[in-house]
Every structure is written in C-alpha cells, then in structure tokens.
Design a protein around this ligand. Structure first.
Ligand code: SAM
Length: 277
C-alpha cells in the first residue's frame, strides 16, 4: 500500500513530469476545462480567500488557478523536485511560497492563517497513519471560519478483492476520514464519494472546517456514480471553449498582476452582499 517512501520514490524520482501533470487532465480535455467544469463548482463557495494553503501541488497544475483567487498562497509538497519546479514556474508570483516537507508536517505554514486549504489528486495515496498526522495541523492552520477541501481515498469501503489500479490508500474511507476530522476538533460540511475512472466509488472529497464555526450544520452527503459521465461531458462539450482566443490569454495564463481576480471577485461578492442580500 502507498506509504511516504512509495510516494517519494514515485513522484520525486521516477515520474516523468514533462507535461507537469497535464496528462492526468486529458480525460476532461485539459486542466482548464477540469478546473472550471469540475473542481471550481465544488469549491466556489470558499473563493476568493485571503490566504490559501495547497498540500501536494506537484508541478502546480491547480496552483496556477488558485493563485488567481487569493492574496497569498503557500504550497507544501513531499517532493523537492516538485517544489523546485513550482518555484521556477511561479517565479513571477510574489504572493506564492513553496516548501518541501517530510510527508506529514505542515510546520512551514502559519497557524490560524488560511481561509482555504486545498488538495486534489495527491492524498488519495495517503493512508490513515499519514492523515492522522496531518489532520490536527490542517485544523490548526485554518482561520476561524476557514474551510478545507481534501481529495482522499474511499478504498476502505470496497470489498477486499477489488482491483486497485489507481493505488488508492486502502485504510481510508469517507467514514474513517469523517471520524478523524471530528476526533481532531473539526466539522464536516460535505462529503462526495465518486467513481474515479471506473464503476467503484474509490475516491472522496471532504469539505470541513473547525467544529462550531459553521453552526449546527448537517453534513451534505453526495453519492456520485456519474463522475466518469461528468468528465466525458466536460471533455466533449466544455473543453473546446478552453481553446478560444482570449483578450488576456485566458485565466490560466493571466497573472500579469498577482491577485487581480482576487480583488475583482472580492469586490463583486461585496456588491452582491450589499444589493442582493
Ligand atoms: C499525482 S501528483 C499530483 C500533484 C498535483 N496535486 C496535481 O493534481 O497535479 C502527487 C503529488 O503529491 C505529493 N505527495 C504525495 N504524498 C504526499 C504527502 N504525504 N505530503 C505531501 N505531498 C505528498 C507528491 O510528491 C506529488 O507531488
């Protein structure tokens, strides 16, 4: 089962990062289509955020979008070469800083600072022992009403003989993750189990915050066995729009001025609050 040394050997040494992870987005027709069609709709309530923490950014497939929605950003990854790649790729983004860690420590991120913590397509390979180390730190890094969106394994819910071609962590499920959040003083806001790349609901997105910060919220539970359909629709009907000409070169290529969208989106949310209630 994937442990920290398995992850380090694969992502730091053996993986060919030539395409910067873009190859994993080909099912959606590219990362731009995947971000706007699949990821952003699930996290838009939490953006823009003043400070964003991303766990395991790899070569920054999602960092380039997250940077548009925040004033400052911290990325922490186990792989030193991934961190070096992010430092090079986002050298012109002064609001971003990147740190290598040991696969369990978030010591480089300040406590109580982050309105949004995000990780996607990475901690699916983290077993419960790693998540047990991370969880108390994640909760302490969040600001009072901050929210974390964590993509993790649900493989522990599968029958023992289930094939595991995507190397999902076998000790983790939506339920074990929720218990961990609650045991560490957190409150689950939503959980979505989904069929990543096949018929089985092997993955889960959990959104959570600090206990009590969101009132007596009843967790939303979504069982999504149409993830592959969603992916196909995005590829076939949305991704062509990501190729259209754009007067600023498209959001993903935009950050001429860091945080431009952050400022615009914040102003817009202020106006909506004022005039639309
Ligand atoms: C499949 S790549 C995904 C990268 C990025 N999230 C993306 O979607 O393009 C997995 C990344 O997770 C990192 N990683 C794996 N286990 C980790 C851990 N326990 N703590 C921090 N980073 C980890 C790896 O070093 C690698 O950069």
């Amino acid at each position: 089962m994937p442990d920290i040394s398995w992850n380090l050997a694969l992502w730091d040494q053996n993986y060919d990062w030539t395409l910067e992870g873009e190859e994993w987005s080909s099912w959606w027709g590219g990362s731009e289509a995947q971000w706007f069609g699949s990821i952003y709709p699930r996290i838009h309530r939490h953006l823009p955020a003043t400070k964003v923490l991303e766990i395991a950014p790899g070569h920054g497939r999602w960092t380039r979008y997250l940077l548009q929605y925040c004033e400052s950003y911290v990325g922490i990854d186990l792989s030193g070469q991934a961190i070096d790649a992010c430092k090079r790729r986002f050298a012109r983004a002064p609001q971003a800083s990147f740190f290598q860690n040991d696969g369990i420590s978030l010591g480089d991120a300040p406590d109580g600072a982050f309105d949004f913590i995000f990780t996607f397509d990475s901690l699916v390979h983290a077993e419960m022992d790693v998540l047990r180390q991370y969880m108390p730190q994640l909760l302490s890094k969040l600001s009072d009403r901050g929210v974390a969106f964590i993509h993790h394994s649900n493989f522990n819910e599968m029958p023992p003989e289930t094939d595991n071609p995507h190397s999902r962590a076998s000790s983790v499920s939506a339920d074990t993750f929720k218990e961990l959040v609650e045991a560490c003083g957190g409150q689950v806001l939503a959980q979505e189990t989904l069929n990543w790349g096949g018929p089985n609901l092997i993955d889960c997105f959990t959104t959570f915050g600090k206990a009590g910060a969101h009132g007596d919220w009843e967790p939303v539970r979504i069982i999504n066995d149409r993830w592959v359909d969603e992916m196909t629709i995005i590829r076939e009907t949305q991704s062509p729009y990501s190729t259209l000409p754009s007067h600023h070169g498209g959001l993903a290529h935009a950050p001429r001025e860091p945080g431009t969208l952050y400022k615009g989106a914040r102003a817009l949310k202020g106006l909506i609050r004022k005039y639309a209630g």
